[in-house]
Ligand binder design. Sequence first.
Ligand code: ME8
Length: 520
Amino acid sequence: MSHLKRYITTPIYYVNDRPHIGHVYTTTICDVWARFQRLAGHDVFFLTGTDEHGQKVEQSAEARGVTPQALADENSAEFRRIMGMFDLTNDEFIRTTDPRHEQQVQSLVKRLMDSGDVYLGTFEGWYDPGQEEYYTETKAREVEFKSPISGKPLERATEENYYFKLSAYQDRLEKMFKDHPGIVRPDARRNEVLGRLREGLLDVPISRTNFAWGIGVPGAPEHVIYVWIDALFNYITALGLADSDSEWYSDRSEYWPAGMQVIGKEILWFHAVIWPALLMALGLPLPECIYAHSFWISEGQKMSKSLGNFIDLEQLQDYMETYGSDALRYFLATQGPLGATDSDFSRSQFHETYTTDLVNTLGNCASRTSAMIGKYCEGACPEDTGECAGGGVEWSDFTAAQVEASIAAMEKFDLSGSIAAAMSIVRQVDAFINDTAPFKLAKDPDSAPMVGNILYRCAEAIRIATCLLEATLPDRVQQLRTAWHLGEASGDLRGECVWGRLEPGTTIEKVALFPRVETS
Ligand code: ME8
């Protein structure tokens, strides 16, 4: 990635549902990336928000006897609340009912009408009311005239609609995938899109007339702009791209194009095909990467409303209370469904990951090291006199290689790879302590310099590893920074990770970062 300004987005979440693990997951992994980029000195804009229009919201509101706006207000507030609850550092929370978004969507659609990319046409075919999606005769036959999502019968539909001329973008989209194969990742997802692209593209209806809860088509208010078009535009309206007189534009327009747009695999088509085609039609640059992750499943089963096995906010809160918010972030980032396979969210695996990585490895190493510095060096960071301390580790080279590996993995949105590189430093410290046994050497007063050398190396390696882990474990790394008097992050991650930055003489207090949790 070449930009100094880095823009990362999550999908905007539907307000007709309550927040659950899926929403927390996507927003958390984006938060890890955003924090990491900020620690590396980049100017980051991190966007999330809520998708508030459409027939489903209108129907849910009607069922509850409230206005769609009231339902949207209530549930959007709930999504906004989780951003605070999980300490997610989004720079904006966009709502599609915000007049600043609505007005820009209208002007974007108007531009597409003026350029001929949007035209009025008649559709005859099938409609899935649950998904708000139209099917051609061929597609409807393929799914046996039933919704592949809800299983309910498709309805016959004839409608005069505005269409987006997607078919005109077939060649340009094919070329896009050829020239920028990394635009959709992981590879398995890109290949899936390519396969479907080869079947040929049809124009997409982008307006509806059978309900009212949405943004009116400019000049034809009986038509409501399709919720997906309205929603996709959030990524650029939040930067004010369609209103050059706005504050949003003056403050944020330079963040486009996005560096990373993260979504779940079920909304790949809209983001990998329709979204780039809309941008091409508007003459805007394309995002660098659309990353479609897979799904969390629960204790081996797909999560669904009917099974009632969604990991909900209450459960997530329970994990946070028991293990701490950093533990939840660590589990989501390292064990989650980045890549092409689904991941199982199970209590036992959560516990095991916490105990193995955070209690027994990182927590234990930091506490052993600080306890020994307390005991053998009066709590002051010793000096590394360079005397061979045994253990056979070239610390400076070894840590430099892990730092580069960790940064490179994060660039590719390989969160677990980035974290693994940092954790390999901590594991090396663990092995080093066992090999060199400073607690034995300390019995002989003549070995004091050697003990100091060993402990300096341990503390310095832990310091470097935690710089790399800070985006994932912000709370506990802050605790370590305080106890070890390391100061705040400088915004120069690479520089901070250079071996030897830890000043001898620094007060190193004992830390207990991750308390052991007993399973009930
Ligand atoms: O689709 N595992 O909103 P939505 C992991 N409004 N992530 C999951 C998940 C799971 N089991 N379930 C959901 C919408 N997600 C539209 C998007 S964007 C212009 C409009 C996450 O509320 C994942 O990121 O249904 C998925 O894409 C998103 O929640 C869907 O949220």
